[in-house]
Design a protein around this ligand. Structure first.
Ligand code: NDP
Length: 235
């Protein structure tokens, strides 16, 4: 049995829900965070099967108060974390040209995709298990890679994922001596609400690939960017 404790943001649907299920199947304890517990039916179903292993917590990743409340709740319960998966994401689907930019959507990308992981990590850093290697994963996107030519689309999303990748590099550098390893993962083009039904990767295959990348993460390869096949990507 795996005794690790994993915290996953945006766990009510898509990749976050699939990661939650897979980590539970692997014997981990999971703290699944979502905005609205009342409508998180997938998590409720998992709770029925994994009652002792699944804790569902309400968090709006754009709210520092909400994230701080989560940290206080976990601290009061003396919970130590082995892994934080920053998965919650937002896509400004219509911001595909400089002539058509919705500022609120672009701003939301930064709040959810870049500042959310920054503040979640800030609030939870002291809850990481100090007795063994801990890990932080940021579910990023190849669309945030500065070094790849990929046409023009989704201004806020791509800028915010590039910023999220910088968070990975910065965290990895700061935390290497604290025995915390950090990774950015591109989950593939995945069949979720964000990726759409024509996407090429099933949500379960993506989750399994992400878990494999995280399992292969050590202090020796901290601060890198991988896809779900384990191939290293350029930032
Ligand atoms: P979905 O759109 O299916 O799910 C997004 C998740 O993020 C939901 O749980 C949603 O919660 C949550 N979320 C959004 N805003 C907030 C917020 N303010 N506070 C808390 N949670 C929030 O996306 P995917 O599962 O496809 O994506 C997961 C990650 O993978 C994202 O970071 C995404 O950028 C990345 N990714 C996905 C790709 C794909 O093809 N699907 C490709 C590349 C990267 P709620 O239900 O409350 O809205």
């Amino acid at each position: 049995m795996n005794s690790e404790v994993v915290l996953i943001s945006g766990a009510n649907r898509g990749i976050g829900l699939a990661l939650t299920e897979q980590y539970l199947i692997n014997g981990c304890s999971v703290i699944a965070t979502c905005r609205d517990i009342a409508t998180a039916t997938g998590l409720m179903t998992l709770k029925a099967h994994f009652a002792d292993k699944l804790l569902i917590e309400s968090v709006d990743i754009t709210s520092s108060e909400s994230i701080q409340r989560l940290a206080n709740n976990l601290s009061q319960q003396n919970i130590s974390l082995d892994l934080i998966v920053n998965n919650a994401g937002f896509l400004d689907r219509d911001n595909h040209s400089i002539h058509a930019i919705d500022y609120a959507d672009a701003e939301m990308c930064f709040k959810v995709n870049a500042l959310g992981p920054l503040f979640l990590t800030h609030c939870l850093i002291n809850l990481l298990n100090k007795t063994r290697l801990c890990k932080i994963a940021i579910i990023s996107s190849s669309k945030g890679a500065l070094s790849q030519e990929q046409g023009v689309d989704w201004y806020g999303y791509r800028m915010s994922k590039a910023a999220a990748n910088m968070l990975t590099v910065n965290l990895a550098t700061e935390l290497v001596n604290a025995n915390v390893a950090v990774v950015s993962v591109h989950p593939g083009w995945v069949q979720t609400d964000m990726g759409g039904s024509s996407a090429s990767v099933s949500v379960n295959d993506s989750a399994l690939g992400i878990i494999k990348v995280i399992n292969n993460l050590s202090i020796h390869n901290t601060g890198q960017f991988y896809d779900v096949s384990g191939e290293q990507l350029p930032f």
